[in-house]
Design a protein around this ligand. Structure first.
Ligand SMILES: NC(=O)c1ccc[n+]([C@@H]2O[C@H](COP(=O)([O-])OP(=O)(O)OC[C@H]3O[C@@H](n4cnc5c(N)ncnc54)[C@H](OP(=O)(O)O)[C@@H]3O)[C@@H](O)[C@H]2O)c1
Length: 337
């Protein structure tokens, strides 16, 4: 039996599908407030028989902030996939980020040690890896540097990883994946799928920043393959292509049959917008549309190497254009645009 935390989220729901495809007995964590229809929606992108696949999942209530609920959920389990986290770049979410991501991961690690789990897969992020300067490739060995430029999300994932490494010192077998920006169909109003909604109306603007991007199905498959291997106590960057935002926007807009963006968004404009959004967020108690962190990411150039993963399991990634087209088609079908 395998256990999945964060199973009701974008990556977790795709992982459930990958595990079922590989005939695993799957138990999944949910909370009272979780939206299980979102999991059904994800299944429906890939399969007609949604209910029969959904019924193969054993759901248990647990919260990563409640270690006893985690221990109960791990009864009879031999492998744990830990995807649960708060993903946010909003300053308002600082407390939630630190408690869920750091304390929550410490709880998962401690419960896994106590319940003698054979192997844990922790979903970290490229945000938890240091960043190479001057357009050099970032690898798993690139050193993290404390800096004001690190977002609260990045710090929380970095500290969460430290909890996993601490667990390995105490005898836990673990593997860590560090995905880049994960693309695929999901919640059009939140997370990485939101870019498909934002560009749905077309856009003339682009930014010249470069980032790593990866197909959600590839992340799930890499996680499964690493967990089935003998590899332990290693971390792997999981990223398909290093693309400029200009190229990514062009691919998405092409999938919508719209023109490529032609005007570079000037830095001063973006600086004004995030400051305005910060004030708006405070006044109306709402989440800013863009933040200082998202502006920085969209302007900087980061290149990621996946050589270590290739050497370990020989994984070949699907081209980003595939998942862009698949996601855009589903967006259009679902929203009727
Ligand atoms: N999306 C990306 O581009 C990206 C890139 C790199 C790494 N990652 C990492 O990938 C993982 C999954 O991200 P995602 O995009 O799938 O996020 P998501 O859609 O926001 O899903 C987050 C999941 O975490 C669960 N969760 C949050 N707080 C919890 C708690 N206290 N107890 C139990 N479950 C809790 C949520 O459950 P509820 O349904 O109950 O809220 C949900 O299932 C995260 O670790 C994230 O850091 C994501």
């Amino acid at each position: 039996m395998v256990l999945v935390t964060g199973a009701t989220g974008f990556l977790g729901a795709h992982l459930l599908l990958e595990l079922l495809r590989n005939k695993q007995n799957v138990r999944a964590i949910k909370r009272e407030s979780s939206d299980l229809n979102f999991v059904k929606k994800i299944i429906s992108y890939y399969h007609q028989d949604v209910d029969s696949l959904f019924s193969k999942i054993e759901w248990v209530d647990a919260d990563v902030l409640d270690i006893f609920s985690l221990e109960d959920a791990m009864q009879g389990v031999d492998k744990v996939y830990h995807c649960a986290a708060v993903v946010s770049f909003s300053p308002k979410d600082r407390e939630r980020l630190f408690s869920t991501n750091i304390k929550g991961t410490a709880n998962v690690v401690n419960a896994a040690l106590r319940m003698q789990i054979k192997k844990l897969c922790f979903v970290s992020s490229i945000a938890a890896i240091g960043r190479s300067e001057n357009n050099q490739l970032t690898t798993e060995e690139t050193q993290w540097k404390s800096s004001k430029r690190n977002s609260n999300y990045a710090i929380s994932k970095y500290d969460a990883e430290k909890e996993v490494w601490r667990g390995t010192e105490e005898g836990l077998n673990a593997v860590i994946v560090n995905p880049s920006v994960i693309l695929g169909p999901g919640d059009w109003k939140n997370g990485s799928a939101k870019i498909f909604d934002t560009l749905g109306k077309g856009s003339k603007f682009y930014t010249e920043g470069v980032n790593g991007f990866v197909d959600v199905r590839d992340v799930a498959l890499v996680m499964f393959r690493l967990m089935e291997s003998d590899i332990c106590n290693q971390r792997y960057i999981v990223s398909s292509e290093n693309l400029s935002y200009r190229k990514l926007f062009t691919l998405i807009l092409k999938a919508y049959g719209k023109d490529a963006p032609s005007i570079e968004a000037p830095r001063f404009l973006l600086e004004m917008v995030w400051r305005f959004e910060k004030i708006r967020g405070r006044l109306f108690n709402s989440r800013p549309l863009i933040t200082k962190e998202t502006v920085n990411t969209s302007q900087n150039k980061y290149f990621y190497s996946t050589e270590k993963l290739y050497k370990a399991i020989g994984f070949e990634f699907k081209p980003i254009e595939d998942i862009v087209n698949f996601t855009a088609q589903n967006y259009l079908k679902e929203t009727g645009k």
